[in-house]
Design a protein around this ligand. Structure first.
Ligand SMILES: C[S@@+](CC[C@H](N)C(=O)[O-])C[C@H]1O[C@@H](n2cnc3c(N)ncnc32)[C@H](O)[C@@H]1O
Length: 449
């Protein structure tokens, strides 16, 4: 791997034109990379940023890297390829399964071929019996119905149910569910793009794809990806251990020992009203894991740290700035308290009356807990790196990077450094409803000494 400093020193230019660090906070690079591309997670970051950090801080094979907001597993996949051990947490059950699948490289071409044969034998058996008898409206919520032509949805259902009902191994089922998940967006006729599904907008291109053959194409491409990545991986990659947990990273005491981690590389949810639970609404409805909004709130939204108004509830103490934060970081508490007070008033003047005041309180309460836990697990002399964006809800500017840096100091880190990756929000600047603050995406590097 090319030796590259994560951030050039002042005056030093990045020589390689192809290295575009302004995209490191986005999923752009990862969308084209083997394995990383299995699930489009626009909330994800670039695998190149992780590689670069590992090189810069000289993380060695079998040392441990930790991502407390693992998402689709970018950090862990990079670590695995380099023979570095990893920990990863994500509280979102569906996204967690995606990460888990991406880390399983024991899937073999011959086993996949056998599984696909079994699956299609089952599909052949049931297709004729069920044709014309299945009422899709009785099975799927409206959102799913709106995203597909009936013929395609029927085929997707046949794959899903044959998969659920087959006797193939659990890990193979999970692998095939990820390829089916990929296919869901591929063959949809609706503009199922990020961040919100817009089922009334039609995307003509994909409707011509044949579901059964696409499913096989996608699945075999995934196996090829594994073979390719293994060929490029460190020879001893299989010796490294990868411990992934579907848990809340505010407290990992039962899972990760004190002073056991050599590097932390992560991107927490940004304070930008982004609803992670909503991203997987289509998938969760399709697989039958949830039937409606309330179901998703119960199974996902409630489990995640606060970053969106859809998670908040007035009167719930989770959304009142904590006394613990006040005790550890009184100055930051006062800054936040004043912003929260302003937001409490401003929201009443707005049509949507969004609970941004509650989101700010909940966000910093939660991130404070995560920082404390990160400090606990990190070894002395090591770095914790947070890729994040700042925000200005209802025009109240919050320099999230600086605030997190300061909270880091409050929990024990000895110093922090901020490097700006890019400025954001330019495309909105003509909108008179929006604040005029220039937002940025930065990397906050915290040092434990
Ligand atoms: C910005 S995304 C990280 C994406 C990741 N870097 C990637 O490349 O896929 C933040 C993640 O934090 C997760 N998350 C939110 N609250 C959490 C919590 N309390 N504990 C663990 N994970 C959480 C979300 O589910 C989301 O996947």
């Amino acid at each position: 791997m090319k030796q590259l400093s994560l951030f050039p020193e002042e005056g030093e230019e990045l020589e390689n034109e192809s290295i575009d660090i302004c995209d490191w906070g986005t999923f752009k690079d990862s969308l084209k990379a083997p394995i990383h591309s299995w699930f489009t997670y626009p909330a994800g970051f670039s695998y190149k940023a992780v590689e670069s950090s590992i090189t810069q801080y000289e993380i060695k094979p079998l040392e441990f890297i930790y991502d407390p907001f693992m998402g689709s597993g970018t950090t862990n996949v990079v670590a695995k390829k380099l023979g570095i051990s990893s920990y990863g947490c994500d509280a979102h059950p569906f996204v967690f399964k995606i990460a888990q699948t991406k880390l399983n490289w024991d899937i073999k071409l011959s086993d996949v071929s056998t599984a696909i044969k079994k699956l299609f034998a089952l599909i052949d058996e049931t297709q004729n019996q069920l044709n014309g008898k299945v009422v899709l409206e009785d099975i799927f919520p409206e959102l799913v119905l709106k995203c597909y032509e009936s013929e395609n949805l029927f085929k997707l259902l046949l794959i899903r149910d044959s998969l659920f009902g087959s006797d193939i191994s659990q890990e193979m089922k999970q692998f095939l569910m990820v390829s089916l998940t990929y296919l869901l967006r591929e063959v949809s006729t609706a503009a199922t793009g990020w961040p919100y599904i817009a089922p009334n907008k039609t995307k003509i291109k994909s409707s011509t794809k044949d579901v059964f053959s696409e499913f096989q194409i996608v699945t075999f491409k995934m196996v090829k990806d594994i073979e390719l990545v293994i060929r490029e991986a460190e020879e001893s990659y299989f010796l490294a251990k990868h411990n992934l947990f579907n848990i809340d990273s505010r407290n990992t005491k039962e899972y990760i020992e004190d002073n056991s981690v050599d590097h932390i590389f992560t991107s927490p949810p940004y304070l930008n009203n982004y609803d992670y639970a909503d991203r997987t609404r289509l998938e969760m409805y399709f697989f039958g894991y949830a039937k409606n909004w309330a179901d998703i709130t119960q199974k996902v939204r409630k489990k995640l740290m606060t970053s969106a108004t859809t998670q908040t509830l007035r009167g719930d103490t989770r959304y009142i700035l904590s006394q613990k934060l006040q005790c550890y970081a009184p100055k930051i508490y006062n800054i936040l308290d004043s912003a929260i007070e302003d937001l409490g008033k401003i929201r009443l003047t707005k049509g949507g009356k969004k609970n941004y005041d509650l989101v700010v309180a909940g966000y910093f309460n939660d991130i404070f807990e995560v920082l404390q836990d990160c400090y606990r697990v990190l070894k002395l002399g090591k770095k914790a790196i947070f890729v994040l964006g700042d925000s200005a809800p209802y025009g109240v500017y919050l320099p999230t990077d600086e605030l997190i840096g300061e909270l880091g100091i409050a929990v024990g880190f000895s110093s922090y450094k901020i490097d700006v990756l890019r400025t954001r929000g330019e495309k909105w600047k003509k909108n008179p409803q929006r604040h005029t603050e220039k937002l940025r995406e930065s990397i906050v590097t915290l040092t434990k000494e």
